[in-house]
Design a protein around this ligand. Structure first.
Ligand SMILES: C[S@@+](CC[C@H](N)C(=O)[O-])C[C@H]1O[C@@H](n2cnc3c(N)ncnc32)[C@H](O)[C@@H]1O
Length: 213
């Protein structure tokens, strides 16, 4: 995540929880300042303790608010939304249209990734990069996006990410297997699952090399 933040950025970390990301970003010198926000007072109390302990109060400002309410482009050039569901990210971004004009988004959705990609490209954003990370045996995509025209996505790419961006990732085949298993589980209740499973199998054949079973 940190490597995706441009050097010298001013960062808005929405749903900051303990503020570990913004504190690390300013301590490491990657970000020059950060606004760390959360909807709940409990996380902000922990965030305040970390900011105090690390002496970063001159560079990390804390704010209790829902999403980007009361926050604008003057507060930062890079918005991080991490560790929340894709549907929450959509509602936060839909209520802050200024993010479509010159803001870099760094998004780590825990669920509803297809809905998030569909919303981004349907609402004037272009997904610039996708990277996979593994945590406790699970694989998560991290997207960067900004306002701008988007190439077309197939249905499978809406769920997985654009193959041109993500197909070469060392974790891609494991990620594809996980996505396939989730879709297969939902198949009895999802009329579109069969077509998606066929697409996933086709993609596996294209990206699989000798080491694939
Ligand atoms: C699982 S934590 C993620 C913490 C951190 N961003 C990370 O990735 O490690 C999710 C945080 O998002 C906050 N949150 C959920 N909905 C929010 C909203 N609409 N606006 C701001 N914060 C929100 C929660 O209070 C919680 O602290």
């Amino acid at each position: 995540m940190a490597g995706l933040v441009p050097l010298g950025a001013s960062v808005i970390d929405v749903g900051t929880d303990h503020a570990m990301v913004p504190v690390w970003l300013v301590q490491s010198g990657r970000a020059r300042r950060a606004l760390a926000s959360d909807i709940r007072p409990g996380p902000l109390k922990s965030a305040a303790a970390l900011v105090k302990r690390t002496g970063t109060g001159d560079r990390v400002r804390l704010l209790q608010t829902d999403g980007l309410t009361g926050i604008g482009p003057e507060d930062g050039d890079t918005v991080i939304l991490a560790g929340m569901g894709g549907e929450t990210m959509i509602s936060i971004l839909a209520a802050a249209s200024w993010t479509g004009a010159g803001t870099l988004l760094i998004l780590e959705p825990q669920s509803k990734r297809g809905d998030l990609r569909r919303w981004l490209i349907g609402n004037g954003f272009s997904i610039r990069t996708e990277k996979l990370v593994e945590d406790a045996g699970r694989i998560y995509p991290i997207l960067t996006a900004a306002g701008g025209p988007s190439p077309a996505y197939s249905e499978a790419e809406l769920h997985l990410g654009r193959l041109a961006q993500i197909g070469g990732d060392p974790l891609f085949l494991k990620y594809l297997e996980d996505a396939r298993a989730r879709t297969a589980k939902a198949a009895p209740y999802d009329g579109e699952a069969a077509a998606l499973l066929a697409d996933y199998d086709d993609i596996k054949r294209r990206f699989c090399h000798a080491d694939c079973t």
